[in-house]
Design a protein around this ligand. Structure first.
Ligand SMILES: C[S@@+](CC[C@H](N)C(=O)[O-])C[C@H]1O[C@@H](n2cnc3c(N)ncnc32)[C@H](O)[C@@H]1O
Length: 250
């Protein structure tokens, strides 16, 4: 089966109802693995954003923009390829001074040394080729600048076939060393993600000229599960997220 290359992941989020489903998914409290596992790991990795110029690649509905502006960042620019997400982000960020641009990361050129922190949460697995965007991120970081990215964990993106069932009770890791497009059921539709191995992500970051400083799998922390033992056990079964952080030595 031939799957597409160079899909614009933003178009998926522009389909009717998807942006709303995304918001519900993210706002489902302790049942949202992003809120209880991925976001805390990203925030811990970032540390203080006060006074920093922040670029958010694939900013979605701007929720991280709210966090960054509330934390006193000097400036915030979010970029996303979905019109619906950009509209939501602009509305959420009204009055904060943040900016949001509609653009495809595959075309990103970057601005030399214009940012202190670049974040990209759960976006790069929508891109066929992450080399150009990481190179643009590298160019855009000032000396001492930092990059933090998260992606769907490669054990999840690996298999070519995943059944659209309800809550999953078993996971298959297969086709791991075959990078490329994968179709997945997502919000009742089919999304295209791009699989690459852990070592490929690491290599891409390093090839871009970014010094790798951290690799995390955002393991569940018991205290964040509000006594929901079954959910904690479930989240201990397979990794959902891969986080890579790096910097440009000052
Ligand atoms: C899972 S959402 C994550 C949004 C946000 N980073 C967050 O964590 O809340 C993925 C986002 O990536 C955006 N996206 C996917 N492919 C993109 C591309 N090629 N260029 C820019 N944005 C893209 C989508 O429009 C969507 O908003």
């Amino acid at each position: 089966m031939d799957l597409p290359r160079n899909v614009n992941g933003g178009a998926f989020y522009d389909q009717p109802g998807v942006a709303e489903q995304f918001r519900e998914h993210r706002e489902s409290g302790a049942r949202s693995p992003n809120l209880v596992m991925e976001e805390p790991a990203v925030l811990a990795e970032l540390g203080s954003l006060a006074g920093l110029r922040v670029l958010d690649l694939g900013c979605g509905d701007g929720s991280f923009g709210r966090t960054a502006t509330a934390a006193g960042c000097r400036s915030y620019l979010g970029i996303d390829a979905s019109q619906a997400m950009v509209a939501e982000a602009r509305s959420r960020l009204t009055g904060t001074g943040a900016r949001v641009e509609h653009s495809d990361l595959a075309q990103l050129e970057g601005q030399a040394g214009a940012f202190d922190v670049i974040v990209s949460r759960m976006v790069l697995h929508y891109l066929d080729d992450v080399g150009p965007v990481l190179a643009a991120a590298r160019r855009s970081l000032a000396p001492g600048g930092r990059l933090v990215i998260t992606v769907a964990h490669p054990v999840l993106t690996a298999p070519k076939l995943v059944e659209a069932t309800g809550e999953r009770t078993s996971w298959l890791v297969d086709d791991y060393f075959e990078p490329g497009a994968r179709e997945r059921p997502w919000f009742g539709r089919t999304v295209t993600w791009f699989h690459r191995t852990v070592e490929e992500y690491v290599r891409e970051v390093m090839t871009a000229g970014i010094r790798l400083t951290s690799l995390q799998e955002c393991a569940p922390v018991e205290a964040r599960f509000e006594g929901d033992e079954p959910e904690l056990r479930r989240r201990r079964r397979v990794p959902l997220f891969l986080l890579l952080a790096g910097d440009i030595p000052g």
